[in-house]
Design a protein around this ligand. Structure first.
Ligand code: AVI
Length: 315
Protein backbone atom coordinates (compact mmCIF):
# COMPACT_ATOMS: atom_id res chain seq x y z
CA UNK A 1 0.00 0.00 0.00
CA UNK A 2 1.20 3.54 -0.75
CA UNK A 3 1.97 5.64 2.33
CA UNK A 4 -0.39 8.61 2.84
CA UNK A 5 0.92 11.75 1.18
CA UNK A 6 1.90 14.81 3.20
CA UNK A 7 -0.32 16.94 0.91
CA UNK A 8 -2.77 16.14 -1.86
CA UNK A 9 -1.12 15.92 -5.27
CA UNK A 10 -4.22 17.09 -7.17
CA UNK A 11 -3.10 19.51 -9.85
CA UNK A 12 0.21 20.45 -8.20
CA UNK A 13 2.12 22.28 -10.98
CA UNK A 14 5.46 21.02 -9.65
CA UNK A 15 4.22 17.44 -9.98
CA UNK A 16 3.19 18.17 -13.56
CA UNK A 17 6.77 19.37 -14.19
CA UNK A 18 8.24 16.29 -12.46
CA UNK A 19 6.16 13.84 -14.49
CA UNK A 20 6.90 15.66 -17.77
CA UNK A 21 10.62 15.53 -16.96
CA UNK A 22 10.52 11.82 -16.19
CA UNK A 23 8.69 11.15 -19.46
CA UNK A 24 11.36 13.02 -21.44
CA UNK A 25 14.44 11.69 -23.15
CA UNK A 26 16.83 12.20 -21.46
CA UNK A 27 14.89 12.08 -18.20
CA UNK A 28 15.19 15.32 -16.21
CA UNK A 29 14.05 16.76 -12.89
CA UNK A 30 13.69 20.49 -12.09
CA UNK A 31 16.64 21.75 -9.96
CA UNK A 32 14.31 23.74 -7.71
CA UNK A 33 13.46 20.36 -6.13
CA UNK A 34 16.88 20.37 -4.47
CA UNK A 35 15.91 22.92 -1.88
CA UNK A 36 13.72 21.33 0.77
CA UNK A 37 15.00 21.66 4.36
CA UNK A 38 17.44 18.73 3.99
CA UNK A 39 18.64 20.00 0.60
CA UNK A 40 19.14 23.55 1.88
CA UNK A 41 21.26 22.16 4.72
CA UNK A 42 23.33 20.07 2.30
CA UNK A 43 23.79 23.11 0.08
CA UNK A 44 25.12 25.08 3.05
CA UNK A 45 27.64 22.29 3.61
CA UNK A 46 28.59 22.39 -0.09
CA UNK A 47 29.32 26.11 0.22
CA UNK A 48 31.90 25.34 2.91
CA UNK A 49 33.73 22.59 0.98
CA UNK A 50 37.31 23.20 -0.12
CA UNK A 51 36.44 22.13 -3.66
CA UNK A 52 33.40 24.45 -3.93
CA UNK A 53 35.23 27.74 -4.48
CA UNK A 54 32.19 29.71 -5.67
CA UNK A 55 30.70 31.04 -2.43
CA UNK A 56 33.90 32.15 -0.71
CA UNK A 57 35.31 33.61 -3.93
CA UNK A 58 32.19 35.70 -4.53
CA UNK A 59 32.26 36.86 -0.91
CA UNK A 60 35.89 37.89 -1.26
CA UNK A 61 35.05 39.95 -4.36
CA UNK A 62 32.02 41.52 -2.71
CA UNK A 63 33.97 42.44 0.44
CA UNK A 64 36.76 43.95 -1.60
CA UNK A 65 34.60 45.97 -4.00
CA UNK A 66 31.41 46.67 -2.11
CA UNK A 67 32.29 50.37 -1.83
CA UNK A 68 32.50 50.69 -5.63
CA UNK A 69 29.28 48.69 -6.07
CA UNK A 70 27.45 50.92 -3.59
CA UNK A 71 28.81 54.04 -5.30
CA UNK A 72 27.57 52.74 -8.64
CA UNK A 73 24.11 52.10 -7.15
CA UNK A 74 24.04 55.66 -5.83
CA UNK A 75 22.13 57.16 -2.88
CA UNK A 76 18.51 56.22 -2.01
CA UNK A 77 18.48 53.14 -4.24
CA UNK A 78 15.90 50.38 -3.73
CA UNK A 79 17.51 46.96 -3.64
CA UNK A 80 15.65 43.88 -4.97
CA UNK A 81 17.29 40.53 -4.29
CA UNK A 82 16.32 37.41 -6.21
CA UNK A 83 16.77 34.32 -4.00
CA UNK A 84 17.66 36.11 -0.77
CA UNK A 85 18.38 32.92 1.24
CA UNK A 86 20.12 33.49 4.56
CA UNK A 87 20.76 37.19 3.81
CA UNK A 88 24.54 37.06 4.30
CA UNK A 89 25.69 38.84 1.13
CA UNK A 90 23.05 41.53 1.18
CA UNK A 91 24.24 42.81 4.56
CA UNK A 92 27.49 43.78 2.89
CA UNK A 93 25.56 45.84 0.34
CA UNK A 94 23.13 47.38 2.81
CA UNK A 95 26.05 48.40 5.05
CA UNK A 96 27.84 50.09 2.16
CA UNK A 97 24.90 51.72 0.34
CA UNK A 98 24.03 55.31 1.08
CA UNK A 99 20.61 55.53 2.72
CA UNK A 100 18.91 52.59 0.90
CA UNK A 101 15.27 53.43 0.05
CA UNK A 102 14.02 49.84 0.50
CA UNK A 103 15.08 46.22 0.40
CA UNK A 104 12.89 43.61 -1.33
CA UNK A 105 14.07 40.05 -0.61
CA UNK A 106 12.40 37.49 -2.90
CA UNK A 107 12.56 33.85 -1.90
CA UNK A 108 10.53 30.69 -2.27
CA UNK A 109 11.16 29.50 1.30
CA UNK A 110 8.50 31.26 3.41
CA UNK A 111 9.97 30.47 6.84
CA UNK A 112 13.49 31.55 5.99
CA UNK A 113 12.21 34.68 4.24
CA UNK A 114 10.10 35.70 7.25
CA UNK A 115 12.97 35.06 9.67
CA UNK A 116 15.60 36.90 7.65
CA UNK A 117 13.23 39.82 6.91
CA UNK A 118 12.51 40.33 10.60
CA UNK A 119 16.22 40.10 11.50
CA UNK A 120 17.06 42.70 8.85
CA UNK A 121 14.18 44.96 9.93
CA UNK A 122 15.67 44.95 13.42
CA UNK A 123 19.20 45.62 12.15
CA UNK A 124 18.38 48.25 9.50
CA UNK A 125 15.67 50.27 11.21
CA UNK A 126 15.55 53.04 8.61
CA UNK A 127 15.26 50.70 5.61
CA UNK A 128 11.77 49.42 4.71
CA UNK A 129 12.09 45.63 4.30
CA UNK A 130 9.42 44.36 1.89
CA UNK A 131 9.65 40.54 1.57
CA UNK A 132 8.04 38.72 -1.36
CA UNK A 133 7.51 34.95 -1.14
CA UNK A 134 7.67 33.77 -4.73
CA UNK A 135 9.32 31.45 -7.22
CA UNK A 136 11.30 34.00 -9.20
CA UNK A 137 11.69 31.64 -12.15
CA UNK A 138 8.13 32.83 -12.96
CA UNK A 139 7.04 36.50 -13.17
CA UNK A 140 7.06 38.18 -9.74
CA UNK A 141 4.95 41.15 -8.59
CA UNK A 142 7.15 43.66 -6.74
CA UNK A 143 5.58 45.86 -4.01
CA UNK A 144 5.35 49.61 -4.56
CA UNK A 145 8.75 51.25 -4.13
CA UNK A 146 9.60 54.89 -3.41
CA UNK A 147 8.90 56.73 -6.70
CA UNK A 148 12.25 58.26 -7.45
CA UNK A 149 14.43 55.49 -6.04
CA UNK A 150 16.79 53.87 -8.52
CA UNK A 151 16.04 50.15 -8.66
CA UNK A 152 19.02 47.88 -8.15
CA UNK A 153 18.64 44.11 -8.51
CA UNK A 154 20.99 41.70 -6.77
CA UNK A 155 21.31 38.12 -8.03
CA UNK A 156 24.44 36.61 -6.48
CA UNK A 157 25.70 33.03 -6.10
CA UNK A 158 26.02 32.11 -9.79
CA UNK A 159 22.40 30.99 -9.71
CA UNK A 160 22.07 32.48 -13.20
CA UNK A 161 24.24 29.49 -14.18
CA UNK A 162 21.43 27.11 -13.27
CA UNK A 163 19.27 28.49 -16.09
CA UNK A 164 19.69 27.20 -19.63
CA UNK A 165 20.66 30.19 -21.85
CA UNK A 166 17.15 30.90 -23.25
CA UNK A 167 15.70 30.77 -19.72
CA UNK A 168 18.52 32.96 -18.41
CA UNK A 169 17.74 35.55 -21.08
CA UNK A 170 14.01 35.39 -20.35
CA UNK A 171 14.66 35.77 -16.62
CA UNK A 172 17.00 38.75 -17.08
CA UNK A 173 14.46 40.38 -19.40
CA UNK A 174 11.87 40.17 -16.62
CA UNK A 175 14.42 41.64 -14.19
CA UNK A 176 15.08 44.49 -16.63
CA UNK A 177 11.36 45.25 -16.91
CA UNK A 178 11.12 45.29 -13.10
CA UNK A 179 14.08 47.67 -12.87
CA UNK A 180 12.77 50.12 -15.45
CA UNK A 181 14.85 52.92 -16.98
CA UNK A 182 18.25 53.51 -15.35
CA UNK A 183 18.13 50.16 -13.47
CA UNK A 184 21.23 48.29 -12.35
CA UNK A 185 21.77 44.56 -11.85
CA UNK A 186 24.56 43.17 -9.67
CA UNK A 187 25.05 39.61 -10.86
CA UNK A 188 27.27 36.78 -9.55
CA UNK A 189 28.72 34.76 -12.44
CA UNK A 190 30.99 31.71 -12.33
CA UNK A 191 33.72 31.83 -14.95
CA UNK A 192 34.85 29.11 -17.35
CA UNK A 193 37.92 27.34 -16.05
CA UNK A 194 39.77 24.04 -16.23
CA UNK A 195 37.69 20.87 -16.23
CA UNK A 196 39.40 19.34 -13.17
CA UNK A 197 38.55 22.28 -10.90
CA UNK A 198 34.97 22.28 -12.12
CA UNK A 199 34.59 18.54 -11.76
CA UNK A 200 35.89 18.58 -8.19
CA UNK A 201 33.52 21.42 -7.28
CA UNK A 202 30.54 19.28 -8.29
CA UNK A 203 31.82 15.88 -7.15
CA UNK A 204 33.59 16.53 -3.85
CA UNK A 205 35.67 13.96 -1.99
CA UNK A 206 33.32 13.81 1.02
CA UNK A 207 30.30 13.05 -1.16
CA UNK A 208 28.25 16.02 0.05
CA UNK A 209 27.26 16.98 -3.50
CA UNK A 210 26.33 13.35 -4.19
CA UNK A 211 24.06 13.41 -1.12
CA UNK A 212 22.60 16.74 -2.27
CA UNK A 213 21.84 15.24 -5.68
CA UNK A 214 20.32 12.04 -4.28
CA UNK A 215 18.22 14.03 -1.80
CA UNK A 216 16.08 15.01 -4.75
CA UNK A 217 14.96 11.38 -5.03
CA UNK A 218 14.42 11.17 -1.26
CA UNK A 219 12.23 14.26 -1.54
CA UNK A 220 10.16 12.67 -4.31
CA UNK A 221 9.71 9.63 -2.07
CA UNK A 222 8.66 11.81 0.88
CA UNK A 223 6.43 14.29 -0.86
CA UNK A 224 5.25 12.74 -4.09
CA UNK A 225 4.64 9.10 -3.20
CA UNK A 226 7.63 7.88 -5.23
CA UNK A 227 9.62 4.71 -4.50
CA UNK A 228 13.14 5.51 -5.73
CA UNK A 229 15.75 3.16 -4.24
CA UNK A 230 18.52 5.69 -3.54
CA UNK A 231 21.15 2.97 -3.41
CA UNK A 232 20.49 2.23 -7.08
CA UNK A 233 21.34 5.73 -8.35
CA UNK A 234 24.90 7.04 -8.53
CA UNK A 235 25.89 10.72 -8.61
CA UNK A 236 27.75 11.86 -11.72
CA UNK A 237 29.11 15.30 -12.58
CA UNK A 238 30.37 15.95 -16.11
CA UNK A 239 31.86 19.03 -17.74
CA UNK A 240 30.28 19.65 -21.13
CA UNK A 241 32.81 21.95 -22.76
CA UNK A 242 30.81 22.72 -25.87
CA UNK A 243 27.76 23.80 -23.89
CA UNK A 244 30.02 25.38 -21.22
CA UNK A 245 28.22 23.72 -18.34
CA UNK A 246 28.71 21.21 -15.55
CA UNK A 247 25.90 18.69 -15.66
CA UNK A 248 24.76 16.73 -12.64
CA UNK A 249 23.12 13.39 -13.24
CA UNK A 250 21.88 10.43 -11.24
CA UNK A 251 22.84 7.25 -13.04
CA UNK A 252 20.69 4.17 -12.66
CA UNK A 253 22.94 1.28 -11.61
CA UNK A 254 20.30 -1.32 -12.52
CA UNK A 255 17.49 -2.00 -14.92
CA UNK A 256 14.56 -0.89 -12.75
CA UNK A 257 11.06 0.53 -12.55
CA UNK A 258 10.18 3.47 -10.33
CA UNK A 259 6.72 4.73 -9.42
CA UNK A 260 5.89 8.39 -8.96
CA UNK A 261 2.36 9.50 -8.08
CA UNK A 262 0.98 6.23 -9.38
CA UNK A 263 2.85 6.32 -12.71
CA UNK A 264 5.59 3.85 -13.71
CA UNK A 265 8.95 4.89 -15.16
CA UNK A 266 11.51 2.46 -16.52
CA UNK A 267 15.24 3.11 -16.11
CA UNK A 268 17.71 1.08 -18.12
CA UNK A 269 21.02 0.26 -16.42
CA UNK A 270 23.34 3.22 -17.05
CA UNK A 271 20.47 5.56 -17.98
CA UNK A 272 20.80 9.00 -16.44
CA UNK A 273 18.40 11.34 -14.79
CA UNK A 274 19.65 14.87 -15.44
CA UNK A 275 19.07 17.00 -12.36
CA UNK A 276 21.05 20.22 -12.89
CA UNK A 277 23.17 22.30 -15.22
CA UNK A 278 25.60 24.89 -14.01
CA UNK A 279 26.67 27.13 -16.88
CA UNK A 280 30.07 28.81 -16.76
CA UNK A 281 30.64 32.09 -18.55
CA UNK A 282 33.46 33.74 -20.45
CA UNK A 283 33.33 37.38 -21.53
CA UNK A 284 31.75 36.62 -24.88
CA UNK A 285 28.99 34.51 -23.35
CA UNK A 286 28.36 37.07 -20.63
CA UNK A 287 28.10 39.91 -23.17
CA UNK A 288 25.68 37.84 -25.25
CA UNK A 289 23.56 37.08 -22.18
CA UNK A 290 23.49 40.73 -21.10
CA UNK A 291 22.73 42.18 -24.52
CA UNK A 292 20.11 39.51 -25.25
CA UNK A 293 18.23 40.78 -22.18
CA UNK A 294 18.70 44.49 -22.90
CA UNK A 295 21.60 45.09 -20.52
CA UNK A 296 25.20 46.04 -21.07
CA UNK A 297 28.15 45.05 -18.91
CA UNK A 298 29.20 48.23 -17.09
CA UNK A 299 31.75 46.81 -14.63
CA UNK A 300 33.31 43.45 -13.83
CA UNK A 301 35.08 42.58 -10.60
CA UNK A 302 37.00 39.36 -10.21
CA UNK A 303 39.29 37.56 -7.73
CA UNK A 304 43.02 36.94 -7.96
CA UNK A 305 42.51 33.46 -9.42
CA UNK A 306 40.01 34.87 -12.00
CA UNK A 307 37.49 32.24 -11.02
CA UNK A 308 34.36 34.28 -10.52
CA UNK A 309 32.81 37.61 -11.55
CA UNK A 310 30.60 40.05 -9.82
CA UNK A 311 29.16 41.96 -12.75
CA UNK A 312 27.32 45.28 -12.87
CA UNK A 313 24.84 45.29 -15.74
CA UNK A 314 23.16 48.52 -16.73
CA UNK A 315 19.90 48.97 -18.59
C1 AVI B 1 22.88 27.28 -6.50
N1 AVI B 1 23.81 26.99 -7.59
C2 AVI B 1 24.48 28.20 -8.03
C3 AVI B 1 24.74 25.89 -7.31
C4 AVI B 1 25.71 25.69 -8.50
O1 AVI B 1 26.90 25.76 -8.27
O2 AVI B 1 25.25 25.50 -9.62
C5 AVI B 1 24.01 24.60 -7.00
C6 AVI B 1 24.93 23.44 -6.79
N2 AVI B 1 24.81 22.28 -7.35
C7 AVI B 1 25.78 21.49 -6.95
N3 AVI B 1 26.56 22.16 -6.15
C8 AVI B 1 26.03 23.39 -6.02
Amino acid sequence: MTAPLARPLGDDPVLVEILAGLRGSPKTLPPKLFYDAAGAELFERICELDEYYLTRTELTILRRHVGEIAALAGPRAALVEYGSGAGVKVRLLLDAMEDPAAYVPIDISREQLARVASELAAEYRTVPILPVCADYTAPVVIPDLPQRARRVAFFPGSTIGNFHPPEATAFLRRVRRTLGRDGLLILGVDRRKDAATLHAAYDDAQGVTAAFNRNMLARLNREYGADFDLARFRHRAVWNDEASRVEMHLVSTADQCVHVAGQTFHFARGETLWTESSYKYDRQRLDALASGAGFSVARLWTDEGERFWVAALEV
